[in-house]
Structures are given as C-alpha cells and as structure tokens.
Design a protein around this ligand. Structure first.
Ligand code: HEC
Length: 241
C-alpha cells in the first residue's frame, strides 16, 4: 500500500531500524496489555473463569429475561396466591410496568394477605421483603447490560486511538519488501478489523445473537496487531532478499 517502489526498510541505517523495531515491539506489548485488561475485566461476568460468549452477552445485552419478582410469582411463590385471579392481577401489574398507583389501589392488599406473612420486615425469608412498594421495587430491576452512552463513550476513544496507530503500522508495512498484494490485503483487513471490533459492540447491545461477532471482531483486531507487528519485524531483521 502507498508505495510501490521504495528503498526498503531493511536498507535503513541500523539505528533507524532499531527505532522502528522499538515502535513495533512496544505497540505489540501495548496490545497484549490491552487484551489482558479486557480478559481480567470480563472473564468472570458469568461467574465462571474464561472469556465466553455468555460473558459478552451479559456485558452488552444483559440478562433481560424476567425480573426477580416475575420469576418468583411464575415459579415457587405462585402457590401462595389465594386464587388464580390474584395471581393474574399481580402478573398483569408486573408486565404493565408495576406502577406505584396500582400498587396502592390493588396490589398491596394482595401482597399483605399472600406474601408478607413470610416476607415481612421481621421475617424477611430469603432476604425478601414485600411490605412496601419501595421493598418490592428492588425485585423489579432488570439488567440490560452496558448502557448506550457507555458504548458510545468507549467506542469513540477506541476508534480515535486505534485508527492512527493502525495507520502508522500500515505505513511501516508499506515500506517492507513483501509483495504488493499481501501488503494491500493485510492493510485493508486491518482497517476493517477496527470497524468490526467496534461495530459489533453496537449490534451485541441490540441482540445477544451478535455476541459471537464481538469475539470475532476482537480476534480480527488481535490478528491485525499480530500481523502488523510481526511482518515488518521479520522483514527488518530476518527475511532474505
Ligand atoms: C410460606 C412462606 C412464603 C410465602 C407465603 C411466600 N414466600 Fe416467597 N419465599 C419463601 C421462601 C422460603 C423463599 C426462598 C426459597 C425459594 O426461592 O423458593 C422465598 C423466595 C421468594 C423470592 C426470591 C426468589 C429469588 O429468586 O431470589 C421472592 C421474590 C418471593 N419469595 C416473593 C414472594 C411473593 C410475591 C409471595 C406472595 C405471592 C411470596 N413470596 C409468598 C417463602 C414464602
């Protein structure tokens, strides 16, 4: 890319070759530290060691199945309602957004009769209290993953930091003695990897289906850094003409 015929990197004075090599090596170390940071931050999200698709989907999409309250009334707590109709009233209330007005007018009395015997301030079985709206509110939060504003915030620093770095590395690669085709393919791949790496975060926020692509994007960026660091170093010091 950029230059077709040049004085190749390898013909530079030794001190210049060392300086360029230091740039390459430090960039490689920087990438590995960045990767370690990602691993250490995210590998335990699903409470199991090792970075997995589950870690990624919990991070970006969150666990949006049901709230704690909904799970409980659909599960082992359902038997405590006086009748089916009361269950239905509470279920509809939860699904409709669990407003405080309806709590006051209809729900509180049901909970007082059916739930708060075991879930009073004093007994608090399973650490759950169902006496006041503020108690029940805690059972209604849903985990929807990383916020959009956080994703936008991280993406802009990520893109603005990585793109110039990749550009410099591509520039170094363009002065190597590899075939033009190889240089072009690696360079185009490098920029598309930056694009994929960040782009898939947004898609993974929309749907857990894309979590696996976040992994693919991350691996593409890893491969990019690997190639852009190793190829020029090999060309500088080892490759025969
Ligand atoms: C007879 C006592 C009793 C009654 C009545 C009762 N619960 Fe429970 N509740 C428990 C116990 C024991 C647990 C912990 C074991 C379990 O989850 O099955 C629990 C757990 C829960 C949890 C936590 C579940 C979790 O996943 O952490 C919620 C929420 C809950 N109850 C809500 C309710 C609601 C709403 C009602 C009324 C419809 C109700 N409970 C009625 C005894 C009771």
């Amino acid at each position: 890319m950029f230059w077709k015929e040049t004085l190749r990197l390898r013909t530079l004075p030794i001190i210049t070759k060392i300086i360029i090599s230091l740039f390459l090596v430090l960039t490689g170390i920087g990438y590995l530290l960045g990767f370690t940071n990602i691993y250490m931050t995210y590998n335990m999200v699903d409470e199991k060691p090792g970075l997995s698709i589950k870690d990624i989907s919990l991070t970006y999409y969150g666990a949006r199945d049901k709230t704690t309250l909904e799970k409980a009334i659909d599960g082992s707590m359902r038997q405590y309602f006086l009748d089916k109709n009361e269950y239905k009233i509470v279920k509809d209330w939860v699904v409709d957004g669990a407003s405080e007005d309806v709590w006051d007018s209809e729900i509180e009395s049901i909970f007082d009769a059916s739930c708060s015997t075991c879930h009073s301030e004093a007994t608090a079985l399973a650490g759950v209290v169902t006496e006041e709206y503020s108690d029940v509110e805690e059972l209604l939060t849903q985990n929807s993953g990383k916020s959009w504003s956080r994703i936008v915030g991280v993406s802009h620093t990520h893109i603005l930091a990585i793109t110039p770095l990749v550009f410099l590395l591509v520039l170094v690669l363009s002065f190597t003695s590899y075939p033009l085709l190889l240089k072009n393919v690696v360079s185009l791949f490098a920029f598309s990897a930056v694009f994929m790496d960040v782009g898939f975060w947004f898609l993974a926020k929309l749907s857990p289906f894309f979590s696996v692509f976040v992994l693919i994007g991350g691996m593409s960026l890893g491969l990019t850094f690997g190639l852009l660091v190793v190829l020029p170093l090999y060309d500088l010091w080892i490759k025969k003409v």
